[in-house]
Write a protein that binds this ligand. Structure first.
Ligand code: MRU
Length: 355
């Protein structure tokens, strides 16, 4: 597989008949490549909740298609009936995961489109909604290239780069974009891939994507990050993000803030790759970001032949943590590279209209 085809991996799209959403079941990777065709509300919700489709921008695109597909099934004939049903579907899909802002943002954008065309005929609304979902998808793909170009200016040929979770094409995220772009241009990076407990997105997805693209990479357990940094093997850390607050505090996969603290200790730059769809100016700081809590089975039994702890043992399983803005060397966006203090630099790039 070429670097280009890895970058173009389709996380979600409309089916050929346009009535369902097709997505790659990321829970089965790297062992099986299975595409799901989904059109029922419960299945679409479950695909997000179970991380069949995952990664912030990818969830947003999937949700835009999902709400369009559900709207197609309407029996409502009036604008008012259609709009009320649309909002109900929006709230249902939005309840699947709380932290990645892209989910709520893209669903809200679809709902705004309905409201903007108040009084329109249902058939016209459906055509408009389809265009909106396709536009959201196109915009996220365009963003990937722009962020990757900026990201590549932060590293040099031969660098060791540590990654956490999966922020690559499967997530429709630019976190691996600079590495893939560099590969196309002849750079030889070496990636240290955190396995990313408990759902192993690094082991299952990042090392898979990098390997397919021919990028040299080594898988490590999360608690090995410190030693590879101390041994001088890491020149930069690259992570994606699920929600960036107005002051630059960044929610990303659990363990990201630990990587940032280690990076600071060893004097290694820690970069966040951030499409504008992931910035949430309505959150002043990371304290306003809701952290998703997940089930104990993900820690105790999933991926193991036998349970790895007694059934009675309590588990705490937050899916994300927030990295303090002060620990982030740069936030790389499609409009440019922001530096601390982010309240000013993010605002300067994204202006009041997005705020
Ligand atoms: O729980 P996941 O797998 O959806 O979490 C994904 C991440 O934390 C990614 O790093 C993030 O969404 C990056 S994509 C911009």
């Amino acid at each position: 597989m070429s670097v280009e085809s890895v970058k173009r991996a389709v996380a979600a799209r409309l089916s050929d008949d346009g009535k369902a959403v097709v997505c790659l079941d990321q829970t089965l990777l790297p062992n099986e490549t299975v595409y799901l065709t989904l059109d029922k509300a419960e299945d679409l919700w479950e695909a997000i909740y179970m991380l069949r489709v995952r990664g912030a921008p990818s969830i947003g695109v999937f949700a835009a298609y999902a709400i369009y597909v559900l709207a197609l099934q309407t029996k409502e004939t009036t604008y008012e009936g259609f709009a009320a049903e649309f909002t109900k579907n929006k709230e249902y899909l939005d309840s699947s995961r709380p932290t990645a802002v892209n989910l709520a943002k893209q669903l809200n954008r679809m709902e705004k489109t309905v409201k903007k065309h108040e009084g329109a005929a249902v058939a016209d609304l459906l055509a408009i909604l389809k265009e909106e979902a396709l536009a959201i998808h196109r915009e996220e793909l365009d963003m990937l290239n722009a962020v990757s170009e900026y990201g590549l200016t932060l590293v040099k040929d031969g660098d060791g780069i540590l990654t956490h979770c999966n922020a690559g094409p499967l997530a429709m995220s630019p976190g691996l974009g600079a590495i893939l772009l560099g590969k196309e241009r002849g750079y030889e990076f070496h990636c240290w891939v955190d396995e990313t407990r408990p759902l192993l997105q690094g082991a299952r997805l990042t090392s898979y994507e990098l390997q397919l693209a021919g990028v040299d990479c080594t898988l490590i357990c999360d608690n090995m990050a410190s030693i590879v940094m101390k041994e001088g093997k890491v020149n930069a850390c690259f992570i994606g993000c699920d929600r960036v607050a107005a002051n630059g505090d960044t929610a990303n996969k659990i363990g990201s803030s630990g990587v940032a603290i280690l990076a600071k200790h060893y004097g290694i730059p820690f970069y966040v790759f951030c499409p504008s769809s992931t910035i949430d100016f309505s959150c002043k700081t990371g304290a306003d970001i809701k952290i998703e809590q997940r089930k104990p089975e993900e820690i105790k039994t999933k991926f193991y032949e036998k349970p790895m702890a007694l059934e009675s043992v309590k588990c705490y399983n937050p899916a994300f943590d927030v990295t303090d803005a002060e620990l982030i060397s740069a936030i790389v966006t499609e409009r440019g590279i922001c530096r601390y203090p982010y309240t000013e630099s993010l605002k300067a790039l994204f202006q009041e209209e997005d705020a």
